[in-house]
Every structure is written in structure tokens, then in C-alpha cells.
Design a binder for this molecule. Structure first.
Ligand code: 5RP
Length: 225
């Protein structure tokens, strides 16, 4: 809790008047949105786009100006969490189910700042089941094709029903165990027609801020290419 708060609050220190800011989704970004709300109340002038209905509602409650994505030319900074981060700053995202909008917003951003607690930093991605957003039509076939890539896919549920994303799709949580080549897997996943998007964010992060339980933070060094 303290680790997430520390990372989430530090990330917002970089925000300046006039910026367009992408708001991620999850319990770490929650602290960033709260901190942005306090800054806005103190006079910071920014516009924001949200990666989920949940983050949008929270931001509006705090007085943060939300603009439609269609009005955005470029996003200056997006702050978002992750489920795993590797030494190349590749990510697994989507534990909160918002991976599609998160990737669209990250791709439109000049700078993606990732905020995590220490438990998310791993040597190799894959222990956290990889979320894959799939079209409901024919999802059984998509599931078989995902299994053929070497994982055990599980349809995400909520209240014993398929979990529905903000985009009306399903999520398959795919247990790979370890992912030796995330970039190759990302390409393979995109070749499956029923896959809308997956939670591998390959070299999209510009900075990774890590929070520790004692409330201290550090920036994760990136492995040299
Ligand atoms: C949501 C995400 C989140 O960023 C990820 O699940 C991390 O969440 P949290 O900050 O709650 O640990 O990708 O789709």
C-alpha cells in the first residue's frame, strides 16, 4: 500500500501546466490520480484522458478535466501501473482489465511512466498470467489457438459470468510460466484473428518508478541493449 502510494505520488511531480496527461488504471495509479486532484485544486492546469471508465469517474470526482480521446492530438505523459516489469522495461499489463485502452493511450503518449511496487519487478515476464483481450464471437477457437502457443488460458469471470471489458470483449488470462521472448510472443498473439490486444507492452515505457514498502522509491535501471 505504502509502496504503491509512494510510486504513484512521485510520478505526478513531473506534471506541468498545459500538459495533456494519460491516466492509467489500477490501485497504484489511484494514488497518482488522487495526487493530481490535489494539484489541480491547488491550481495545476492540465487536461486528461482516462484508460478506463473507473479512472475517468475518479478523475472527474476530483475535479480533473477529462477530454475525449478524439480531441487529443498527442499526450504529453501517461502514468500507468503494471503487473510485471522486466529488465528491458517490457511489461505485462491488464490485471485490471484495461489493457486495450491502456495500450492505445500509451502509444499516443510522448512518455509512458510506469509505477509499480517492488513485487512487480521480475527477471523474466510470465509468472503473472498474461491478459489477452478477445472477441466474444468464437472465443473457444481463440482459446485453442492461445493454448497452442504454450500457455494455459483461463476465461476471466466476474460473478460466475465472463468478465466484460470496457470495450465489450472477454479476457483470457494465459499462464505461460515464463516468456523467453516477449517481442516474438507479441507478434504471434497478434496473428490470432480473435485476439483484439494483449497485455505485453514491449519497450513502450520511458521510465519505471518502483516503490518500496517503507515508502522510499527508486528508478529501475534499464538493461543496456
Ligand atoms: C490494469 C493494469 C494495471 O496497471 C495493472 O494491473 C497494475 O494494477 P495495480 O496498480 O492495481 O497493481 O494493467 O489493466
Amino acid at each position: 500500500m505504502e509502496a504503491k502510494r509512494a510510486a504513484g505520488e512521485l510520478a505526478v511531480e513531473i506534471l506541468q501546466d498545459g500538459m495533456t496527461v494519460g491516466l492509467g488504471t489500477g490501485s497504484t495509479v489511484y494514488h497518482s490520480i488522487q495526487a493530481i486532484g490535489r494539484k489541480v485544486a491547488d491550481g495545476l492546469s492540465i487536461k486528461a484522458v482516462a484508460t478506463s471508465i473507473h479512472s475517468e469517474q475518479l478523475a472527474r470526482q476530483l475535479g480533473i478535466t477529462i477530454i475525449p480521446f478524439s480531441d487529443v492530438e498527442e499526450i504529453d505523459i501517461t502514468i500507468d501501473g503494471a503487473d510485471e516489469v522486466d529488465p528491458d522495461w517490457n511489461l505485462i499489463k491488464g490485471g485490471g482489465g484495461a489493457l486495450l485502452r491502456e495500450k492505445i493511450v500509451a502509444d499516443a503518449s510522448k512518455r509512458l511512466i510506469v509505477i509499480v511496487d517492488e513485487s512487480k519487478v521480475v527477471r523474466q515476464l510470465g509468472r503473472f498470467p498474461l491478459p489477452v483481450e478477445v472477441v466474444p464471437f468464437g472465443f473457444e477457437l481463440t482459446e485453442r489457438k492461445l493454448r497452442a502457443l504454450g500457455c494455459e488460458p483461463k476465461l476471466r469471470t466476474a460473478d460466475s459470468q465472463p468478465y466484460i471489458t470496457d470495450n465489450g470483449n472477454y479476457i483470457m488470462d494465459c499462464e505461460f510460466g515464463s516468456i523467453a521472448n516477449p517481442a516474438l510472443l507479441a507478434e504471434e498473439l497478434h496473428r490470432i484473428p480473435g485476439v483484439v490486444e494483449h497485455g505485453l507492452f514491449i519497450r513502450m515505457a520511458a521510465q519505471v518508478i518502483v516503490g518500496r514498502p517503507d515508502g522510499s522509491v527508486y528508478e529501475l535501471d534499464r538493461k543496456q541493449p
